[in-house]
Design a binder for this molecule. Structure first.
Ligand SMILES: CC(C)(COP(=O)(O)OP(=O)(O)OC[C@H]1O[C@@H](n2cnc3c(N)ncnc32)[C@H](O)[C@@H]1OP(=O)(O)O)[C@@H](O)C(=O)NCCC(=O)NCCS
Length: 206
């Protein structure tokens, strides 16, 4: 079951299709849950040959894996707080065109998009999503619900707090930390530690 039928959730549907096509452990997407799907999103689901089944709370009545297909990490965290206590397993999904190196820890609900690269001794918490072509270097720790957007680079030995957004094409220099709930703007370069709850932009990010 994919929770969230917006663009991010529908991209995850495509990851499942790619996993199945590659002959890896097959998944069957039962459908999508969403509290307020737009007409446009419902039409897109139809084009994909799948359907919206009801509101998020329906998960309580289903015996299924789930994945949270919501790109905004703060919204994803809110939905996770509602769904994780139900005890359903969250699927880990790794696109076959992503590379995940040795000795990494991937929490439940982690999604790795096409072209992303995780090197070694990286820890990804629950519901962390690493989007297309993003990289996460050695020994970095990303807490629950972090979102790394396309082509961003989290260097080695970084510490990224929960619900952090790393914007498209941003970079975090080696060993830096970004505190919980912070947002790093697209194209920013984090050269100093970022405390919790901040929005930083630009080069150097401030
Ligand atoms: C940094 C960010 C989180 C700020 O979001 P926000 O608080 O809604 O900011 P706003 O859009 O209201 O913009 C506020 C100001 O910051 C500027 N700004 C926004 N994002 C910026 C960025 N990435 N770099 C530089 N300046 C930026 C805006 O131009 C605006 O400037 P102004 O006050 O002089 O007009 C957001 O713009 C961003 O970059 N998010 C990542 C987006 C991304 O990765 N998208 C890909 C999705 S797959």
């Amino acid at each position: 079951m994919i929770v969230g039928c917006g663009g991010h959730g529908r991209e995850i549907f495509g990851i499942v299709a790619a996993i199945n096509e590659a002959g890896d452990v097959p998944w069957k997407v039962t459908g999508f849950l969403d509290d307020s799907p737009s007409d446009a999103n419902l039409r897109c689901l139809d084009r994909l040959g799948t359907a919206w089944l009801g509101p998020t709370a329906l998960l309580a009545q289903l015996d299924t894996h789930f994945v949270i297909g919501i790109g905004d990490p703060r919204v994803r965290a809110r939905v996770a707080a509602e769904l994780d206590p139900l005890g359903r397993p969250a699927a880990r999904l790794v696109h076959p065109a992503a590379t995940v190196g040795l000795a990494n820890e991937l929490g439940e609900g982690v999604v790795i998009f096409a072209g992303a690269r995780i090197t070694t001794n990286v820890t990804l918490g629950r519901h962390v999503h690493i989007n297309q072509n993003a990289t996460v270097g050695h020994d970095s720790v990303l807490a629950d619900c972090v979102q790394v957007n396309p082509s961003a680079a989290v260097s080695g030995s970084c510490t990224i707090g929960r619900d952090v957004l790393i914007g498209t094409n941003a970079s975090v220099l080696q060993g830096r930390s970004v505190g919980a709930g912070s947002r790093v703007g697209a194209n920013a370069c984090v050269v100093r530690d970022v405390t919790a709850g901040r929005t930083v932009k630009g080069v150097p990010a401030a």
